[in-house]
Design a protein around this ligand. Structure first.
Ligand SMILES: Cc1cc2nc3c(=O)[nH]c(=O)nc-3n(C[C@H](O)[C@H](O)[C@H](O)COP(=O)(O)OP(=O)(O)OC[C@H]3O[C@@H](n4cnc5c(N)ncnc54)[C@H](O)[C@@H]3O)c2cc1C
Ligand code: SF4
Length: 330
């Protein structure tokens, strides 16, 4: 991998107030900037020249964004908590064990020791044509995501048409957080606001997050479920390194079943089936499998054949349901 570009400043504010002042200054001076938490997604983008910046703002000095705490009915996870901290937390193991499982499935231990949960829900979408070295990318003309006017994956696509960039959503923790109906606190020039995590994601591989430039996620809040009957499974060639070719989270409740998908479309898929709408449990599971498979857009931009990834959605949903039911009996 290439070295880092030399022409950007590195700043590390110690408080949210300092961060806010820096952002205001850069915006007034029209300086381009990005936030780095663990840097495990951002630094490779700088090294491969997918990103050019005037300033890199490290969030690592913001102790306000750290820690995992239990309140009366919910758990708050500071956005700077590393994935290792989430995976090893006693609170997460006790109340939200599937979130710990999903965090453990991200990349390798070395990466999880640096990577943060805030960075994980904000990780950029990926495509086999763009997440490459500059030399590889030079072999074809720049695509929409690289500022060009062509999509190599969907050759007929025109920017502005219904078919947008299909770079895939790849976060491993987001599907579990989505089924837990997590809320995120975002802070920026207009002060703090709280939104559902589901509202963060957009259906475009380029403009894939509903967050303004200069806004920072400070925390994730999750209501403690009565029973956390959940499962998360991941399809990847090398489990200790690769992004999900497919990730499926399943949650069973007294009212029905919900499913969330990653690794396929530009945004995560979330589906719900209510027991009351079906004459049998099996029919409810068959319906949610069909709905999830219908949502999935699998272009050939992955190691696994597209049909196989689609078929594995139903396999993972059924396997997840079986595992949850077996665990409930023990
Ligand atoms: C070899 C390798 C394998 C990987 N495998 C996986 C995988 O299997 N699954 C997976 O999900 N990811 C994987 N990743 C991607 C990445 O490591 C993780 O998604 C990680 O959690 C990103 O967190 P970070 O703190 O390092 O993010 P950073 O790189 O610091 O930031 C990522 C993005 O989020 C923004 N950001 C970070 N924190 C905040 C915040 N608090 N508020 C607002 N914006 C913020 C940054 O500006 C940037 O745009 C892999 C990366 C590598 C290099
Ligand atoms: S899907 Fe997006 S990133 Fe991939 S080639 Fe097309 S425009 Fe580029």
């Amino acid at each position: 991998m290439s070295s880092l570009p030399e022409n950007f400043d590195y700043v590390r504010p110690a408080t949210l107030d300092q961060l806010s002042a820096l952002v205001t200054e850069y915006q007034q001076k029209d300086r381009s900037f990005a936030f780095s938490a663990g840097g495990t997604d951002l630094i490779p983008k700088l090294k491969t020249r997918l990103l050019n910046l005037d300033s890199l703002i490290s969030l690592n000095g913001l102790t306000e964004l750290t820690g995992i705490e239990k309140h009366a009915h919910h758990i708050t996870i500071g956005a700077l908590s590393t994935l290792s901290e989430v995976a090893d937390s006693d609170l997460i193991s006790q109340y939200l064990p599937t979130l710990g499982d999903a965090a453990r499935k991200v990349a390798s231990p070395q990466i999880r020791n640096r990577a943060t949960i805030g960075g994980n829900i904000m990780v950029d979408n990926r495509c086999s044509y763009i997440n490459q070295s500059p030399i590889n990318r030079e072999s074809h003309s720049p695509c929409f995501k690289a500022g060009g006017d062509v999509c190599h994956l969907v050759k007929s696509a025109k920017r502005g048409d219904e078919i947008l960039c299909q770079a895939r959503f790849v976060s491993d923790t987001a599907p579990v957080l989505l089924l837990l109906d997590a809320k995120i606190t975002i802070t920026g020039a207009a002060g703090p606001r709280k939104i559902k995590l589901a509202e963060l994601y957009l259906n475009d591989g380029i403009d894939n997050k509903n967050i303004n430039s200069g806004e920072v996620i400070t925390a994730i809040d999750i209501e403690i479920p009565d029973k956390c009957r959940m499962d998360y499974q991941k399809l990847a060639i090398r489990n200790a390194l690769d992004f999900p070719s497919l990730g499926v989270a399943v949650r069973l409740s007294d009212n029905g079943v919900s499913v969330a998908l990653t690794g396929l479309n530009p945004r995560p898929g979330v589906f719900q089936a209510d027991t009351a709408d079906y004459d049998s449990f099996d029919n409810m599971i068959a319906a949610i499998c069909a709905e999830a498979m219908g949502f999935a857009v699998t272009y050939q931009q992955d190691f696994f054949p597209r049909g196989y990834r689609k078929d594995m959605i139903a396999v993972f949903i059924r396997r997840g349901v079986d595992r949850i039911m077996k665990e409930s009996k023990t």
